[in-house]
Design a protein. Structure first.
Length: 281
């Protein structure tokens, strides 16, 4: 179980650092799977697709990169955007001068590795409800008369102007002192199920910091499938749902092999409109 847990942790860490989603696997010894991490946004920057291969259950050597693949993203208007590999790292980057994601567009990732062709489902970049009036809030201990500024009792609160014409799914990536807080329990996910079309308040009370820290966040739109995927990841890694006697299940992403539909491909390709939000002290 210790080896299996370590295998899971490596995948989850890679996913969170890459802005993507994981998968947990119940794999036979020696069985390997393609692992895809990739996300595009409306930001004018290079987007990264990372390709690697999972190891067998008993292999602790890390995930070997997949080099030399052909990688491109296409939109629903049949425009194609090629990604170039950086060295032999398995990291493939887009050209920001020719490709910037557009909210409302649908995108598909294609990977050609040898004789195998992998594709994602068509993924929408949903429009984003604007976040405003962000401020630092705090958790008060009823047994204390004063808030200790050195304790991690502080968190971000903001108001969302929600779009009434659609269901909206959101993620916040919270940065504290310029470092992304990316532990599984710090995933900030929410939707407008009970507030559709209204301006509503949201508290990121699962990411705590001190009064002296500097915090800001990326406010991100998500498709429903991406939101569900991240929620499954969060549930799988929470202490309340994953006990030593509970073997993690497979979290299904949106990638598949055209040549072998039964092959399990790990990871998720997603798209988000992003807004950087500074926080009032």
């Amino acid at each position: 179980m210790k080896k299996f847990s370590r295998h899971i942790t490596l995948i989850i860490t890679g996913v969170l650092l890459s802005c993507i989603d994981p998968i947990n696997l119940d794999l036979d010894t020696g069985k390997t799977n393609l692992v895809v991490f990739g996300w595009i946004t409306n930001e004018s920057k290079s987007y990264e697709i990372k390709l690697s291969r999972s190891n067998g259950y008993s292999d602790q050597s890390g995930f070997p990169a997949i080099s030399g693949a052909q990688v491109y993203v296409s939109d629903y208007l049949n425009n194609r955007y090629d990604f170039e590999e950086v060295g032999s790292t398995g990291s493939y980057l887009s050209d920001p001068s020719s490709f910037v994601g557009v909210p409302g567009y649908f995108y598909q990732l294609t990977i050609i590795d040898g004789e195998q062709t992998y594709i994602s489902a068509m993924e929408e970049m949903p429009h984003l409800g604007i976040a405003e009036d962000a401020f630092v809030n705090f958790i008060a201990d009823p047994s204390e008369f004063e808030i200790d500024s050195n304790d991690e009792n502080f968190f971000i609160t903001a108001f969302i102007n929600d779009d009434p014409s659609m269901e909206n799914y959101y993620r916040w990536k919270v940065y504290v002192n310029d470092e992304l807080r990316n532990q599984p329990e710090e995933l900030v996910l929410f939707d407008d199920r009970f507030t559709n079309g209204n301006k509503f308040r949201f508290d990121a009370a699962n990411v705590l910091f001190t009064e002296f820290d500097v915090a800001y966040f990326q406010h991100m739109s998500m498709s429903k499938s991406a939101f569900d995927y991240y929620n499954d990841l969060k549930a799988q890694t929470s202490n309340s749902t994953l006990s030593p006697r509970t073997q993690p299940g497979v979290i299904i992403g949106n990638m598949s092999n055209l040549n072998d539909p039964e092959e399990l491909v790990l990871g998720y390709f997603g798209a988000s409109e992003v807004e950087l939000v500074n926080v009032e002290d």
